[in-house]
Design a protein around this ligand. Structure first.
Ligand SMILES: *[C@@H]1O[C@H](CO)[C@@H](O)[C@H](O)[C@H]1NC(C)=O
Ligand SMILES: *[C@@H]1O[C@H](CO)[C@@H](O)[C@H](O)[C@H]1NC(C)=O
Ligand SMILES: *[C@@H]1O[C@H](CO)[C@@H](O)[C@H](O)[C@H]1NC(C)=O
Ligand SMILES: *[C@@H]1O[C@H](CO)[C@@H](O)[C@H](O)[C@H]1NC(C)=O
Ligand SMILES: *[C@@H]1O[C@H](CO)[C@@H](O)[C@H](O)[C@H]1NC(C)=O
Ligand SMILES: *[C@@H]1O[C@H](CO)[C@@H](O)[C@H](O)[C@H]1NC(C)=O
Length: 478
């Protein structure tokens, strides 16, 4: 258990009241006195917001490229407080750890993540939202296990960075420091018609963004114009908090009267009064590389009725908050919503792609053409790939581990079809009518066929073949 440094009086009080439960309720109980949660590239720390240069606690150490961070405060089934911390690491994925087991982080999202600089947890429906500047999109998935990943916005997303959610209204906000720098707003349900630009003038490099939930205001920092500005959550009534004197502000957060932000050049966390920012306090200095920052208090996660609480809102997959109030069902990338608006359907047109270390598919029936990885075990050097539309299995060859295998599109039920007398299986073709698999082998210089389970194998052509590679079948014409 990590010592999170509650004020001593509270500590003793809890100790007397609930001897024996101390490890479970601690540290979440400390949420009463606001702390700052921040990522620092190689670790994630918690520090006291009211003291200058107080000793911060390293919650999670040994990280490589920690960028964005957020937390979920909840009561478990027994009514005890529990906190989950989630963070992103460039090119690694998204991780979460739940107190008191912070030593056992779980990789929630492990592929298709490049530069996730913004991350936010919808604490109402327990979803994880993030932006990726390399992949130029905004995604959502289930917080509990990373399932049901869906790309929500991808069109005209240039260099998204900070992300803030407003579950009370069903809107999310993000900054984009691309060619046309701006702050955008859109429904948390991915409804394209709800998307609008709220700030587009006097903005250049908007790194950080936060929502003041009490006063319904946005606050953001700009690293190029060196300012902190504010506006109503629809972009109106813009105001200056501090203009042109910051070094390189990165992320910002707010708690009651005070703003807190990280600065890359000064490697520090600063704070000022949001309505009178003339006096800037350094909360923490000499940091390694301060990145994202959040005020760590349950007050930032107001209890809001969850429309998805009963039966997942009758949704088969994602149940997302909607701007009009209520919810919308949504489907993982690569599947489409049925006419019933509640369930998801497989798509009919897909492109399959084998890459050296993974297999991917791209749905042609959804507009974003986002590729999804088929989560099979060990791909050493995948070469050829084909699909059986009847049983919906994908078949692929691997010329390093020298196998022909199959699996379902969700990666389950993986099995080996051919494992002996196979050298460089470079082409594969499924005869979906006769239920046969054909393949070429540039090592054995043969073309072979077998039943789809690998039985009844025989060589069709072995003479006068030099390097047989691509193969297709035309079952209709034999
Ligand atoms: C921080 O920790 C060091 C070493 O443990 C101690 O000497 C110092 O007094 C502490 N500072 C504060 C502000 O608690
Ligand atoms: C803030 O700075 C910008 C650029 O330096 C300037 O155009 C703007 O008028 C300033 N705003 C205020 C309120 O001082
Ligand atoms: C940060 O450092 C610069 C000098 O590099 C200084 O001018 C600035 O006032 C410092 N403070 C803040 C809040 O950025
Ligand atoms: C912040 O500034 C406002 C306006 O000057 C003032 O009313 C308020 O008391 C200040 N808050 C704190 C915590 O100092
Ligand atoms: C879910 O379905 C039940 C039964 O049809 C219905 O009473 C309920 O209102 C539905 N809930 C939502 C959120 O649509
Ligand atoms: C599904 O949603 C669309 C768009 O909101 C709506 O036009 C349609 O009537 C809904 N269908 C059902 C069965 O509720």
């Amino acid at each position: 258990m990590k010592e999170l440094g509650c004020p001593r009086m509270i500590y003793i009080f809890i100790y007397l009241l609930s001897y024996g439960y101390l490890a479970l309720i601690f540290p979440s109980f400390c949420l009463g006195s606001p702390k700052l949660l921040f990522s620092n590239r190689k670790d994630i720390q918690l520090t006291d917001s009211s003291l200058v240069n107080s000793n911060s606690t390293v919650l999670l150490a040994g990280l490589s490229e920690a960028a964005a961070v957020d937390f979920l405060y909840e009561k478990d089934k027994k009514g005890k407080d529990r906190t989950t911390f989630c963070w992103t690491e460039h090119y690694e994925g998204i991780f979460c750890a739940t107190s008191p087991n912070l030593d056992n982080p779980v990789k929630i999202v492990s592929n298709g993540v490049h530069t996730p600089d913004g991350l936010a947890i919808d604490w109402v429906t327990q979803k994880l939202y993030w932006v990726d500047a390399d992949l130029q999109h905004i995604e959502v998935c289930e917080l509990k296990d990373g399932s049901h990943r869906k790309v929500l916005y991808y069109d005209r997303v240039d260099q998204p960075r900070a992300l803030a959610l407003d579950p009370r209204t069903g809107y999310m906000y993000w900054t984009d420091w691309g060619e046309e720098a701006k702050i955008e707003r859109a429904g948390m349900n991915g409804d394209l018609s709800t998307r609008t630009t709220v700030i587009s003038e006097e903005i250049s490099w908007p790194n950080g963004l936060t929502i003041d939930y009490l006063e319904r205001k946005l606050y953001w920092v700009d690293a190029s114009l060196s300012y902190i500005h504010t506006a109503d959550i629809d972009g109106a009534n813009r105001g200056v908090v501090i203009n042109g004197s910051l070094a390189h502000p990165f992320a910002i957060t707010v708690y009651k009267d005070r703003l807190y932000w990280t600065d890359w050049k000064n490697k520090s966390i600063f704070s000022c009064n949001k309505s009178d920012c003339n006096v800037i306090t350094k909360v923490q200095g000499n940091l390694y590389a301060p990145m994202d920052i959040e005020v760590f208090t349950s007050e930032r996660q107001e209890e809001i009725a969850n429309p998805c609480a009963v039966n997942n809102g009758n949704c088969s997959h994602l149940c997302l908050l909607a701007p009009a109030g209520g919810l919308n069902c949504a489907c993982p990338t690569g599947t489409v919503l049925n006419a019933d608006n509640h369930t998801c359907a497989d798509v009919d047109e897909m492109i399959f792609l084998s890459r050296r270390f993974d297999l991917r598919m791209i749905s042609l029936d959804t507009p974003d053409f986002t590729d999804t990885i088929i989560a099979v075990g060990e791909v050493a050097h995948a070469i050829a790939i084909d699909f059986d539309p009847v049983e919906r299995y994908v078949y692929w060859t691997d010329d390093e581990i020298r196998l022909i295998q199959k699996a379902k599109l969700d990666g389950t039920d993986q099995s080996t079809i051919v494992s002996v007398e196979v050298m460089n299986p470079d082409g594969v073709a499924i005869d979906w009518i006769s239920r046969n698999i054909f393949w070429t082998d540039t090592g054995t210089n043969r073309i072979e066929v077998a039943r789809l389970d690998g039985s009844s194998r025989r060589v069709i052509i072995s003479d006068e073949l030099d390097e047989p590679r691509a193969i297709v079948v035309d079952p209709v014409n034999g």
